[in-house]
Design a protein around this ligand. Structure first.
Ligand SMILES: Nc1nc2c(c(=O)[nH]1)N[C@H]1C(S)=C(S)[C@@H](COP(=O)(O)OP(=O)(O)OC[C@H]3O[C@@H](n4cnc5c(N)ncnc54)[C@H](O)[C@@H]3O)O[C@H]1N2
Ligand code: MOO
Length: 425
């Protein structure tokens, strides 16, 4: 959690107490898992607007424009090795006091001469090749620099020619590419100081459940909040800027107010998706004038997960979104990969990542009629189910880092299966 986020974290939870049973919510038909993911992408609408960011601040964003080389790369012929730049066939007379270092513009090199040169230094005009330090040396007989091998030094040997990697104006990466550290390095090499990237969606995480403790050991019917620690880093990894994490009491008025006042592009809630005595989320959505896009998903765990569109906080502008994650921790993870990640990726301008298919190492047990998101171990391109896969359990996932999307009735050994890797930081 960032300092800003920590500062924003407020706890409004009270000890468990009896409360009114919410009105029975409208039953939502469970949509197939793939359809739910697609609906989440479509709900995003257009990606958020582009902004210009200095390179270090662009990390984790998505390119809003193609990255086009602003220069040839290398920008000039360079030496690929430490040694001598030589002009013409050897032997060569080494020019005293003319060592060429990286970062200086060298003087022209007359035919039959050589100058010491460093890796990465600009090749002098007139140089025809680079002789590696270990392949040459002065001959005692004539004092000239000789190639120690019997063959002549090939033309352009150990020269990295200008434009070898790209030409100025050449497209390097398409819009929609996630800005990784390697992209930052390439952009800097290609001449960029800033990048046009999409804004990342802001997210407020509302953790519901009066039974939740923030510290110490579970006791007296109360348990530790597992999702407050788990979700923020994960939501960031899938493209969100988490601006606040708040505990909200199991109280309809408190929940309605938290939803109404949130300035975030996306509200993510945990718990309260079902029809228990204090599950107020569906009521709160109705009171907020929300449109439920996905009310339930044919997936286990996590089937009560939901996605809704909310009116803008200020009454104008883009609609906000709400992702309701079920309270059971593995069900909340299922909701994150099914609804939150596709929504954030699309809002942030990310091109949809291709499905990753691996093969079942053993039988992958399925649900009779729903998709099952099964914690698995990945070994040599195969998928093995883990033991602790109950909806309230994180023990399987914590030891590994992937979920397999197992279709209804399961899969036999060898069958291809889609794998969703979950961020490990
Ligand atoms: N009659 C039915 N009951 C339930 C159904 C159903 O179809 N009919 N579905 C079950 C399924 S499946 C799930 S999943 C849960 C979803 O429940 P909620 O989203 O309303 O969540 P809660 O009731 O608040 O909590 C469920 C469970 O998870 C624990 N929890 C909640 N938040 C956290 C947290 N931050 N960290 C750790 N654990 C948390 C909570 O204490 C409960 O044990 O509904 C089933 N019921
Ligand atoms: O969807 Mo619930 O996931 O079975 O705990």
């Amino acid at each position: 959690m960032t300092n800003a986020t920590r500062a924003d974290t407020r706890t409004t939870a009270a000890p468990p107490r009896p409360g009114p049973h919410p009105a029975t919510p409208t039953r939502h038909p469970a949509v197939p898992w793939e359809e739910a993911r697609e609906t989440a992408r479509e709900s995003a609408g257009h990606p958020l607007p582009a902004v210009s960011r200095a390179l270090p601040d662009a990390l984790g964003h998505v390119l809003a424009e193609p990255l086009t080389a602003l220069t040839d790369l290398p920008p000039f012929d360079t030496s690929a090795m430490d040694g001598w730049a030589v002009a013409g066939p050897g032997p060569w007379r080494v020019l005293a006091g003319r060592t060429v270092l990286a970062g200086v513009r060298p003087e022209p090199l007359p035919d039959g001469t050589a100058v010491p040169i460093a890796t990465g230094a600009q090749l002098p005009c007139g140089a025809t090749a680079v002789l590696r330090r270990e392949h040459g040396g002065p001959h005692p007989a004539d004092g000239l620099l000789h190639h120690l091998a019997p063959d002549p030094l090939p033309l352009r040997r150990d020269v990295r020619p200008r434009g070898q990697e790209c030409r100025c104006g050449e497209p390097l990466l398409p819009a929609g590419t996630a800005v990784t550290p390697a992209v930052l390095g390439l952009a800097a090499a290609a001449g960029y100081d800033t990048l046009a990237v999409h804004r990342r969606p802001t997210v407020e995480l509302l953790v519901l459940g009066d039974e939740l403790l923030d510290s110490g050991r579970p006791a007296d019917g109360r348990i530790r909040d597992a999702l407050g620690p788990l979700l923020p880093p994960w939501l960031r990894a899938v493209g969100a800027d988490v601006i606040a994490v708040r505990r909200v009491a199991d109280d309809l008025t408190a929940l309605c107010e938290a939803i109404r006042s949130s300035p975030a592009t996306v509200l993510v809630t945990t718990g309260s998706t079902a029809a228990g005595p204090v599950d107020f989320l569906h009521r709160a959505l109705a009171e907020a004038g929300a449109t439920v896009r996905v009310g339930s998903v044919a997936v286990r765990p996590g089937h009560p997960m939901l996605l809704a569109e909310l009116p803008p906080a200020t009454g104008a502008g883009r609609p906000r979104h709400l992702v309701g994650l079920p309270g059971n921790p593995l069900a909340a993870v299922a909701g994150t990969v099914t609804l939150a990640a596709p929504l954030f990726e699309r809002l942030g301008g990310r091109t949809d990542p291709p499905a990753r298919l691996l093969h079942a190492a053993t039988d992958l047990p399925g649900h009779p009629h729903d998709t099952r998101l099964l914690p698995v171990r990945l070994t040599d391109g195969t998928v093995t189910p883990l033991t602790f896969s109950g909806p309230a359990m994180l023990r399987g996932l914590a030891g590994d880092d992937a979920l397999a999307a197992v279709p209804p009735r399961g899969l036999p050994p060898g069958a291809p299966v889609e794998v969703l890797t979950v961020p490990d930081r």
